[in-house]
Write a new protein. Structure first.
Length: 404
């Protein structure tokens, strides 16, 4: 007998969890499309050369790489930005610029599985390719904050910085990584790590960064967002220590924080003006952001913002007796035609067992029609939560369930 099990770092999502995920995806997609972003899907497998060298040495170690049956070196999608860059280079004569797309697909990383870290997880991205204007950065930020507010977060904050600040100071990659830890480990610990890495005056460097003002580009992005009603310090916050890990960012970087949520940033991105040129030889400006879907779900749960919907079924139509099977099927068909999710119980068993099934599955309503109800052309609608029932026509039930 085969032992039923999932691989370490991979997960199944049973209906109650899958419905929550689909609810969140639906809300996010709605906002993305309101801002003019169109969907894109790319294959799970890419050529290894497409993926290697784009993320940095440490990230390259997390790629799932192997030879396929044809002997080709391939790898699983690590993120959605590099595949987007490949798509833009491959179809550059077919895509209108600026090209605005969203992508919601799984990615794979050979992480050490732990709380909040998995080897397969969902990413939700939006990107604009072919627009160098600070307005493109501002739109990505505005779209993201709108999505978070649509999901119910009252005060999402977009933390922003410009990687060129680090370049102007001549900082090494190692120093940048250490500086990014400031909020997590504090001033003294960062100064200690900088000293250990060879920085001559760690405290002086920290002081310089604290006194740094936003770059001209950041100032233009902030001004555009303020014209849209966002408030600096409340909705947008400049943090000169923000670095973000991926090496392809060239200037603007940003991430979303939720006050009182300890799980870290819920979305992050920035501008990557040189990445597409690695595939086509023709550089194209690009900016985007990726939502960390698992952290987002965790934060939504923590803030009680997810609906308690264990099933998509709104009503169970019971089978009162073998003679009334066709009536039950007709009732369900009528409800479905009018947009109500109706399930018919598929076995001819006692009514109390059908009610137990509805209760266990979390179906909120049950329809019962016996000979007496059939003669009066009504049914009984049972509310499983309140354990109440009333006689209604199918039309009345349809109206009630359409609004529930």
């Amino acid at each position: 007998m085969i032992k039923p099990q999932t691989l370490k770092g991979f997960r199944d999502f049973l209906p109650a969890d899958a419905l929550k995920r689909q609810f969140v995806i639906g809300k996010i997609k709605e906002v993305f499309e309101q801002f003019g972003f169109d969907p894109l899907e790319t294959p799970a497998l890419e050529y290894a050369e497409t993926l290697l060298g784009k993320y940095g040495n440490e990230a390259d170690k997390l790629l799932y790489l192997f030879k396929d049956n044809g002997g080709r070196n391939v790898g699983l999608r690590y993120d959605q930005t590099v595949p987007l860059s490949r798509v833009v280079a491959q179809y550059q004569n077919k895509l209108p610029l600026p090209f605005k797309r969203y992508q919601i697909q799984p990615v794979w990383r050979a992480e050490n599985p732990q709380k909040g870290r998995f080897r397969e997880f969902l990413q939700c991205d939006i990107d604009t390719v072919g627009a160098d204007s600070p307005l493109a950065d501002a739109e990505i930020i505005s779209c993201t904050l709108t999505a978070f507010k649509t999901l119910g977060f009252a005060n999402p904050i977009m933390v922003i910085n410009d990687r060129r600040i680090f370049d102007d100071l001549g900082l090494s990659k190692k120093e940048i990584i250490i500086l990014d830890k400031l909020e997590k480990i504090g001033n003294d610990a960062v100064a200690g790590e900088l000293a250990a890495s060879g920085t001559k005056d760690p405290n002086g460097l920290l002081t310089i960064l604290r006194d740094t003002l936003p770059t001209e580009r950041l100032a233009m992005i902030i001004a555009a967002l303020e014209r849209l009603g966002y408030v600096q310090g409340k909705d947008i916050r400049f943090n000169p220590f923000l670095a973000r890990g991926l090496e392809y960012y060239t200037s603007t970087i940003f991430e979303v924080k939720i006050p009182d949520y300890s799980g870290g940033s819920l979305a992050g991105g920035g501008r990557y003006d040189k990445l597409i040129g690695q595939f086509s030889g023709r550089g194209l400006p690009a900016v985007g952001i990726a939502f960390g879907f698992d952290r987002l779900l965790d934060a939504l749960e923590e803030n009680h913002l997810l609906p308690a919907t264990p099933t998509a079924t709104q009503v169970l139509v019971t089978i009162f007796s073998p003679e009334l099977v066709n009536n039950a099927l007709r009732i369900a068909a009528n409800l479905r035609t009018n947009g109500v999710n109706a399930e018919v119980f598929l076995e001819e068993i006692k009514l109390d067992k059908q009610l137990k099934y509805a209760d266990r599955k979390g179906i909120p309503y049950v329809i019962i029609q016996g000979p007496e109800e059939l003669q009066k052309n009504v049914v009984k609608l049972k509310d499983m939560k309140n354990q109440t029932q009333e006689e209604l026509t199918i039309e009345q039930i349809t109206t009630r369930l359409q609004s529930s």
